[in-house]
Each structure stands twice: as structure tokens, then as C-alpha cells.
Design a protein around this ligand. Structure first.
Ligand code: PMP
Length: 355
């Protein structure tokens, strides 16, 4: 651990009273990383966009609110209707939270792989949950997507807002997250690093930031086992992986793969160990995919994008969700060692680790 002390605390004013908790979706903190980059010889200023501060605990609250509000404006949905969504959990939590506040019935179809913690939060928010086999192909009737489509046909006044194709998914980031990052950095953004699931986050932030800085470098993390990365030759494995919320076995419509300058394949072990370091060394209570984004950042700045590794450069990394979702998973030492993710090699954080 780097022993230098971070600068003195500058307290920020409390935001004004809000009419509902939905007012606390977006406007998330941007926080400098003071130890991890420095310990790895990274000289660029690295800031974390802390999406776990959203009301429901993740970046996906933004798209849940925007998809619902835009569907209300267009007359497609009204309170009392049923919202059904296939998700890896966080979009479900966002939709369930907005549904609880606005008065919708919410049904979430969720692959078995996703954590029990997400299920508990969804239940607490009043959502009904249908678990589906993780290994089901996206276009099979048993998958979370297939089951959602069947339920939508069976239940009257039900709607799938469909985060995979809904333009309000990337728009929430183009008009929201990206503008926040631009103003929080006072117009100094040289690169963005984020993981891709639906791709809404990376596509929307890239579009929004490039309006201000057309030369901004966009770096995406894609787990080994997923097929989102370009060129396709990077996607050599189709094995399952344990990091939740990023990677897919199909290309979602909202993902613009070519808006990304460089795709970096990430592995479970480095992802979870970096997530634990974000918590332990930076005090950022994030989830596993945040570690994947850090892993991609480290690899990019030390190999493919050395030009960014300079004190004059500012890099923003998106931390999508909260430790709350993973208390019985990567946060737990026994879970880490039973999965052989324990830090038993001094070089695990090396940018070249691929196992
Ligand atoms: N990390 C986590 C934990 C997520 O739940 C998601 C959403 N699937 C992402 C990253 C990726 O976000 P996006 O769908 O916008 O690509």
C-alpha cells in the first residue's frame, strides 16, 4: 500500500430536501483514486464515478428512471401496469425501486448465477422474481429474456421496457452520466474506462463525452467468456465466469462496439482482487465489475495506451454497483479461497495476468 496521505478533506454542502428518493438518482460523486494507480506506477489522474451512490445502489437506476419516465410521457405505461424485465439484477433493482415509488407491479426474470443479495433487495422492494438457468442461450425460451417475453404475453397491461434495445438506456448516460463527468472534471477528460453489459453505459458516456472532446479515448472491459469485445479474435473462450453484470453471449442493440477504442478482456481473479483493493485501500464500497474496470484501466495504461499514463492526463473509471450485492461472494474470504481467487501470487495485479 502506498503510504502517502491523500489531501485534506473538503466537505461538500448537503443537497436540498427531495420530494422522493428518485431525486437521488444521478448526480453521483466523482472521487480521486489516491493509492491503487500510484502503487502500480500509473501517473495519470484517475477518478472514479461512484455509481453505487445512486438510490438503488447502481448505475442502472439511471436507465430504470429514464425508461419509465419516457414510457409514461409517451402514454405507453401508467401506474398500476406491470413492468417485466430480464436483467442481471441491477436494472431490476432500479425498476423495482421506481415501481415502488410510482406504483407499478414489477416482475424480474433473473439468471440463477446472480447473487442472493440482489434477490433479497428485489423482494424487499416488492418485485416478483423468476429465476432462470444461467446456461440458457439468450434466444432460448428458458432464458431470462425468453421467460420475460412469455410472461408479457400472458399478463394484461404488462410491458417489457427492454434495456437491451431501449434508446433511453444509452441516452440516460449520454445526457446524464457523461455531462456530470464533464462538469465534475471541469472539462478535463482524456479517457473513460467502463465495463459493458447491455453496453448502455459505455456507449452513452462515449457519445456524451465525445461531444465535448472528440479525441477522448474509450476503453471497455469485457470478461473472458463474453463475446462483446472487438476484434472478435479477442473472444477466444466461451466458458462461464463469476463477475456479474458485464459480458454477454449476444450483442445488445444499444451497444455500439465500434465507439470503443480498445476492448480489454478481464478475468475473474484480477477483477475481484481489484474490487477488494478499491474497498480496502480507497474506501469505495463497490462491486466486482468495478474491479474489472480497474483491471482494464491498468492494462490499457501500461500496455496499449501508454500515452495516457502521464500526470497531465485525466482518466475516469466507472464503478457500477455496490458491495451490498456481494457480501456472501467476493467480499467473503472463504468464497474467495474456495474459488481459488486468493491473492497467493505477488504478481496477480500485473497487467498481463490472463488466467
Ligand atoms: N456492472 C454491473 C454490476 C451491472 O449490473 C451492469 C449492468 N448490466 C454493468 C456493470 C454494465 O452496464 P451496462 O448494462 O450499461 O453495460
Amino acid at each position: 500500500m502506498v503510504s502517502t496521505q491523500p489531501p485534506a478533506v473538503q466537505r461538500l454542502p448537503a443537497p436540498p430536501a427531495a420530494e422522493t428518493v428518485l431525486a437521488h438518482i444521478g448526480a453521483t460523486p466523482l472521487v480521486r483514486l489516491n493509492r491503487i494507480p500510484q502503487s502500480l506506477g500509473i501517473e495519470a489522474k484517475v477518478y472514479a464515478k461512484c455509481e453505487f451512490f445512486n438510490s438503488g445502489g447502481s448505475v442502472k437506476d439511471r436507465i430504470a428512471l429514464r425508461m419509465i419516465e419516457e414510457a409514461e410521457k409517451s402514454g405507453r405505461i401508467k401506474p398500476g401496469d406491470t413492468l417485466i424485465e430480464p436483467t442481471s439484477g441491477n436494472t431490476g433493482i432500479g425498476l423495482a425501486l421506481v415501481s415502488a415509488v410510482k406504483g407499478y407491479r414489477c416482475i424480474i426474470t433473473l439468471p440463477e448465477k446472480m447473487s442472493a443479495e440482489k434477490v433479497s433487495v428485489l423482494r424487499a422492494l416488492g418485485a416478483e422474481i423468476v429465476r432462470t438457468p444461467t446456461e440458457a442461450a439468450f434466444d432460448s425460451p428458458e432464458s431470462h429474456i425468453g421467460v420475460a417475453k412469455r410472461l408479457q404475453q400472458e399478463i394484461p397491461n404488462s410491458h417489457i421496457l427492454d434495456q437491451y434495445a431501449n434508446p433511453n438506456n444509452p441516452l440516460a448516460h449520454e445526457l446524464g452520466t457523461a455531462e456530470e463527468i464533464w462538469s465534475q472534471t471541469e472539462g478535463h477528460v482524456d479517457a473513460i474506462v467502463a465495463g459493458a453489459g447491455t453496453g448502455g453505459t459505455i456507449t452513452g458516456i462515449a457519445k456524451g463525452i465525445r461531444k465535448h472532446n472528440p479525441d477522448a479515448t474509450i476503453i471497455a472491459a469485457d470478461p473472458i467468456g463474453s463475446i462483446l469485445a472487438v476484434p472478435e479474435s479477442l473472444n477466444t473462450s466461451h466458458e462461464g465466469y463469476k463477475v456479474e453484470g458485464i459480458g454477454y453471449d449476444f450483442i445488445p442493440d444499444v451497444l455500439d462496439q465500434n465507439i470503443v477504442n480498445t476492448w480489454i478482456k478481464t478475468n475473474d481473479k484480477a477483477s475481484f482482487l481489484y474490487a477488494r483493493r478499491l474497498i480496502r485501500e480507497e474506501g469505495l464500497l463497490c462491486g466486482g465489475s468495478s474491479g474489472s474496470a480497474i483491471s482494464a484501466l491498468v492494462e490499457a495504461l501500461t500496455t496499449t495506451h501508454k500515452e495516457l499514463n502521464d500526470p497531465s492526463k485525466t482518466v475516469v473509471v466507472v464503478l457500477p454497483d455496490s458491495v451490498r450485492n456481494y457480501i456472501t461472494k467476493f467480499v467473503d474470504d472463504a468464497w474467495m479461497s474456495s474459488n481459488e481467487f486468493t491473492d497467493n501470487s505477488p504478481s496477480w495485479s500485473s497487467a498481463t495476468i490472463k488466467d
